[in-house]
Ligand binder design. Structure first.
Ligand code: IP8
Length: 260
């Protein structure tokens, strides 16, 4: 089984509010269908969720009444993106079913307290493709906060032990430094957990409400510690996702799971 996280910056235009990249999503859906593997899909919130979540400071938890409206607005927006993703998957013959985190996940100060894995298990058993996404959720300490798609990737990887976790991003993989600011940045074909830890992410051009690339590196470290390989690849080249799913070599970064 494969766990695939479709990054918000791939399936939406992060600079323009609520802009879905339908063609990119359709191409990815075609690749997933063609590879014909059992998968759980997770997608980010992109320009649907991050803009209102930032405006209402939702990740810091409750401190004023108007945030309740912000929570509701943000939830409606990520749900709207989820419907667009679901439609694209359906149109490409994938029996996708949406599982909303806000009703099955509970956090405590951003950390997972509970998650209804049984819902995923049952749908998988019945040959559906569960689709979940970064969402606003209840938080025991903060009243509410944000559950990112990366956190979902980590906890679902821990529970389901997939063959691989694939992060579909808007770059070719992980670079030796930030490729958007350093023209000497080199794409790393494969790296170990120790090498990953040494990478500097301080100049994080991708920072968003859930931590951008810095947050992702932490997530991958945790997945790697489970002994599971993580692949990062460019979602604007859907062939690469197909190749990784069928076990062929392609341009990407593999972070090897810690096998010790
Ligand atoms: O895009 C964030 O999820 P992510 C979810 O996976 C919200 O980090 C509501 C902004």
């Amino acid at each position: 089984m494969y766990l695939i996280k479709l990054g918000g910056s791939v399936i939406t235009d992060k600079k323009k509010e609520c802009t879905f990249k339908k063609q990119v999503m359709d191409n990815l859906a075609k690749s997933i269908n063609k590879a014909n593997k059992q998968t759980i899909l997770i997608h980010g919130a992109g320009s649907f969720g991050h803009i209102p979540a930032k405006k209402y400071k939702l990740n810091a938890g409750y401190n004023k009444q108007e945030q309740l409206h912000g929570f509701s607005v943000t939830h409606e927006m990520v749900q709207r993106l989820n419907s667009l993703v679901l439609k694209s998957l359906q149109d490409n013959n994938i029996p996708a079913v949406s599982i909303s985190p806000h009703s099955i996940v509970k956090l405590n100060d951003h950390k997972l307290v509970s998650m209804s894995y049984d819902v995923f298990e049952e749908y998988l058993k019945n040959k559906f493709t569960p689709v979940t996404f970064g969402d606003v959720v209840l938080d025991k300490k903060l009243s509410f906060s944000i559950c990112s798609g990366d956190l979902l990737s980590m906890v679902l990887a821990k529970h389901f032990k997939p063959e691989k976790v694939v992060f579909v991003i808007d770059e070719d993989g992980i670079y030796s430094s930030n490729p958007k600011t350093d023209k000497n940045a080199k794409l790393l074909k494969s790296i170990t957990l120790a090498e990953l830890k040494g990478l500097s992410t301080s100049a994080d051009a991708h920072a968003d409400v859930t931590g951008g690339m810095g947050g992702k590196i932490e997530t991958i470290e945790n997945i790697s510690k489970l002994g599971i390989d993580t692949v990062l690849l460019n979602g604007n080249k859907p062939d690469r996702l197909y190749k990784v799913l069928i076990g062929e070599d392609t341009k990407s970064t593999i972070v090897y799971g810690d096998k010790k």
